[in-house]
Design a protein around this ligand. Structure first.
Ligand code: NDP
Ligand code: MG
Length: 372
């Protein structure tokens, strides 16, 4: 298989599952963590590898790479070449952010199976994947897929943990620090999605992800603090089913890699049914999560996902670099969504259109935050 983003949280879990299932790795890609990447190369012996920056090439374990005749690619264009030249029919996109979009489109263009953790691909350009089968690697969407039957669906529900700042007094929220926002209560994940959980941007992303994956706009979310229930499906007949499991991404990854094996083994701890007695559900409060007010607009005009994603990426980076406060992330997103309201009527049929708009939104957001 091809695994993009092997050094990340999803990437390392995907390698564990691949090892447990005995699946060979043809191609691997990493960003900047070359020390871990060298270990992965030695352990999994891929035929092709790609890193983000050519300046990091000297850090690669070249004696091993040469001895095993491993082909080396570099930069975003190299990543696309690696995908195209790989024989594997399964590709896992575990890259983070907008950088994952072009690789997802390349995987689609090559007709390979797309196992998608990179939800930003769908948020920014879901319509470019219309009709193409995608296997989601996201606990809520895996849950929805698991619950899907031929019965007519009335509504989809996904849950949110509430993120690291769920219990912080409202008055302290605007000035929360990166260290506080990075302490997720239930999941161990990459930095970006952990901050996206604290702002509730992640749940807006997941609403759009569900919209593009399942073709329904009747979607809602609520807070379930234990991350035990991941998704619910309400059927037209009045029944509701829920997907419950231990909070561990190896389960959705296992199904994406090899459904037949995933059905027959236990990779994650057994769920303690007694936990269900302590579950609480609460609505998502827009005073704590101001971006949540955007949900109906995004479902009515899903192409606004480009604006949401680009403004979020600019603000989130600035927050992690301590240039802005936590509260500025949501303020920047809301301001950008107002400024780019006309996108509602744009057609945006090509990747070039999306790239242009993405750059415009980034420039606007950076300027509004006083970064440029
Ligand atoms: P991480 O930040 O842990 O990992 C991201 C991976 O992408 C790393 O291998 C990183 O390389 C690489 N990378 C980052 N930027 C670039 C770039 N510009 N070009 C090429 N490679 C790059 O993220 P996660 O694993 O947490 O998340 C990955 C995706 O999965 C996200 O879209 C996230 O929303 C989604 N997801 C994650 C979940 C989780 O539990 N973590 C759950 C559900 C969805 P390096 O580290 O070497 O720099
Ligand atoms: Mg999720």
């Amino acid at each position: 298989m091809i695994l993009l983003g092997s050094t990340g949280s999803i990437g390392t879990n995907a390698l564990k599952v691949a090892t447990a299932f005995g699946l060979p790795i043809e191609s691997l890609s990493a960003g900047k963590n070359i020390a871990l990447f060298n270990e992965q190369i030695r352990r999994h012996r891929p035929k092709k590898i790609c890193i983000l920056d050519s300046e990091d090439l000297p850090k690669l374990d070249m004696p091993f790479i040469k001895a095993h005749d491993i082909e080396v690619f570099c930069t975003e264009s190299g990543l696309l070449e690696m995908i195209e030249s790989s024989q594997s029919t399964l590709a896992i996109n575990a890259l983070v952010g907008y950088a994952g979009l072009a690789p997802s489109l390349k995987i689609k263009q090559c007709g390979k199976k797309l196992a998608l953790a990179n939800k930003e691909s769908l948020v920014s350009a879901g319509w470019l994947f219309a009709g193409y089968p995608i296997t989601p690697i996201d606990s809520e969407h895996f849950g929805l897929w698991y619950l899907h039957t031929s019965r007519k669906i009335h509504k989809l529900y996904i849950t949110a943990s509430g993120g690291a700042l769920r219990d912080m007094p409202l008055a302290d929220l605007p000035s929360a620090t990166p260290a506080q926002a990075l302490k997720h209560p239930n999941w161990s994940m990459g930095q970006k999605i952990t901050i996206d959980s604290a702002t509730m941007v992640n749940k807006l992303f997941e609403v759009l992800e569900a919209y593009w994956l399942f073709g329904l706009s009747s979607i809602d979310a609520f807070i379930e603090e234990h991350s035990a229930i991941h998704a619910l499906v309400e059927f037209v007949d009045g029944s509701i089913t829920a997907h419950i499991s231990h909070a561990d991404m190896q389960l959705p990854i296992a199904y994406a890699l090899d459904e037949q094996q995933a059905k027959c083994v236990r990779l994650i701890p057994r769920f303690d049914i007694a936990t269900l007695t302590s579950l609480r559900f609460s609505p998502i409060d827009v005073r704590r999560y101001p971006v949540w007010e955007l949900k109906p607009t995004l479902l009515a005009y899903p192409k606004l996902g480009i604006v949401l994603n680009a403004s979020n990426e600019v603000a989130l980076r600035a927050f992690l670099d301590s240039h802005i406060c936590f509260g500025d992330i949501s303020a920047c997103i809301l301001q950008s969504m107002r400024h780019f309201e006309s996108v509602k009527t744009h057609t945006l049929t090509h990747l070039q259109d999306i790239k242009r708009l993405d750059s415009e939104v980034r420039a606007f957001s950076a300027s509004w935050l006083g970064l440029s």
